[in-house]
Design a protein around this ligand. Structure first.
Ligand code: F6P
Length: 461
């Protein structure tokens, strides 16, 4: 088996792997992939150093070698806060209203990709498979090729890929996609994002595209683009569910909600997650059913994210305001309808919280996949499972059609789904759970890694 070199913006160095909600699904997923392939994981340390230093910090733990570099404050501003999170992230989540186009940050993004290429090249051996992740590093493959790397190099996008009509608003759209065609395999979460990408390659670049095989021929090179829906680490998550921490968390939540049904949401504090819209839906539910305020308590866990980016500061303020309004209007001396928590929890604690919650609310406005939806299902008691309310705009909806699918933009739709979930008979909850849980268990992170790396190793071409 070839060694795997994973390159991503963030690397979950062992001591920082605690708050699952804060780091997103990617970090956990890659950690399991690397353990199996005995690889190296390269990326940004998350730290800043005043001057660019050539130092690579190497650590080895549980069979995984991590190699990280610091970035300068200017690099973090241009590359991470700027181009990655103020241009590509909003654009890829269909938020043209929040998308900023700045030539300076675009240059900084290119420079950091070049620095990544320069630093990681000496760590790559001849037979290694190289797997690059996410929108921070779209041009990295081309930068590695320009250094003479002949290895098989793959790329996986964890976010959606926008429709061509939106994507062409990016000033450098052609150049960016041309760099992506230097990879051997390009992976997307769903068929929908894959089709948008193939459409772009065909219509805008004039590439030769085979829609059945995903083969793209352009400029004398051949690349394969396919959908590989990411899954959770089922075994690890179940093991976490057996711990004392999980049991304590479950008991804590049950004791504090007593006779009320707990409904839970766990999301990074990000505008793509549809949090204010979710609160509006809950507000609408209480407006329509004021008598049910004693039936339900909503727990929103939302660890802060990308706090130096304006749009993230605004979403935080908006959410605090909306939550405050509902709690102000609907609370009583012994009752607060919404508990809003700005911190992350371990996987074990989340398992316990999910198990204690009879409704899971996962309602992003747009999401590449969303692993919280899968974790919620994985934590349920098969004999008495809860109900997953899931946005039809999350990648996970394509795999979980038996969840209660909703339009997160519509407060009425959300209110109706809450009402339906609260009254859903046990037999129907079990039917929906059984229809969903097999894909969560089988299409897990291990299967995802195996499929992608098999294609990268040569199986796809
Ligand atoms: O899933 C998308 C993603 O950007 C991942 O790449 C990342 O690990 C996660 O969200 C958390 O975001 P950030 O690294 O910006 O804190």
């Amino acid at each position: 088996m070839s060694r795997l070199v994973v390159i991503s913006n963030r690397v979950a160095v062992p001591k920082a792997r605690g708050a699952a909600g804060a780091q997103g699904g990617l970090a956990g997923a890659l950690n399991s992939a690397l353990k199996k392939h005995k690889g190296v994981w390269f990326g940004w340390s998350g730290n800043e150093s005043k001057k660019p230093s050539g130092t690579i910090n190497m650590q080895r733990s549980e069979g995984v070698t991590t190699a990280t570099i610091d970035l300068t404050p200017q690099e973090v501003d241009d590359y991470y806060n700027g181009y990655a999170n103020s241009t590509l992230w909003p654009l890829f989540h269909y938020r043209l209203d929040l998308t900023r186009y700045e030539r300076e940050t675009a240059k900084g993004y290119e420079r950091v990709n070049e620095r990544f290429a320069e630093s990681v090249t000496p760590l790559i051996e001849e037979d290694d498979l190289v797997w690059v992740h996410d929108y921070h590093l779209l041009p990295l493959g081309e930068r590695l090729r320009s250094r003479g790397l002949k290895n098989r190099i793959g790329f996986f996008l964890h976010t959606p890929w926008p429709p061509t009509r939106l994507f062409v608003s990016l000033p450098s759209h052609e150049r960016l996609v041309k760099t992506m065609l230097e990879y051997d395999v390009v992976g997307f979460q769903t068929q929908e994002w894959l089709e948008s990408f193939l459409h772009y390659c065909q219509k805008e670049l004039g590439a030769q595209v085979n829609e059945d095989t995903g083969e793209i021929v352009y400029g004398g090179r051949k690349c394969i683009a396919r959908a590989y829906p990411i899954g959770i680490d089922w075994d690890h998550f179940q093991a976490q569910g057996q711990t004392e921490d999980a049991r304590t968390a479950e008991k804590r939540l049950l004791a504090s909600t007593r006779n009320r049904i707990a409904m839970i949401g766990v999301d990074r504090l990000d505008y793509s997650k549809g949090l204010p819209e979710r609160i509006d839906g809950i507000g609408r539910f209480f407006d329509q059913h004021p008598e049910r305020v004693r039936d339900l308590v909503f727990i929103q866990i939302a660890p802060p994210s990308r706090e130096d980016v304006d749009s993230y500061q605004r979403i935080r303020e908006e959410l605090e305001q909306k939550t405050g309004q509902i709690n102000g209007a609907r609370s009583d001396v012994d009752l607060v309808p919404i508990r809003y928590v700005n911190r992350g929890y371990s996987h074990a604690e989340l398992f316990g919280f999910f198990r204690a919650s009879k409704i899971g609310m996962v309602t992003p406005l747009r999401d590449g996949m969303n692993l919280v939806a899968k974790e919620y299902l994985a934590a349920q008691d098969p004999e008495d499972p809860g109900v997953l309310i899931l946005s039809r705009f999350a990648g996970a909806a394509a795999q979980l059609p038996d969840a209660l699918l909703v339009n997160p933009h519509s407060p009425d739709d959300l209110a109706h789904a809450i009402d339906t979930a609260l009254d859903m008979p046990k037999a129907e909850r079990i039917r929906r759970y059984n229809a969903s849980v097999a894909t969560v268990q089988n299409d897990n992170v291990e299967a995802w890694t195996e499929q992608f790396t098999a294609d990268l190793a040569g199986g796809a071409i």
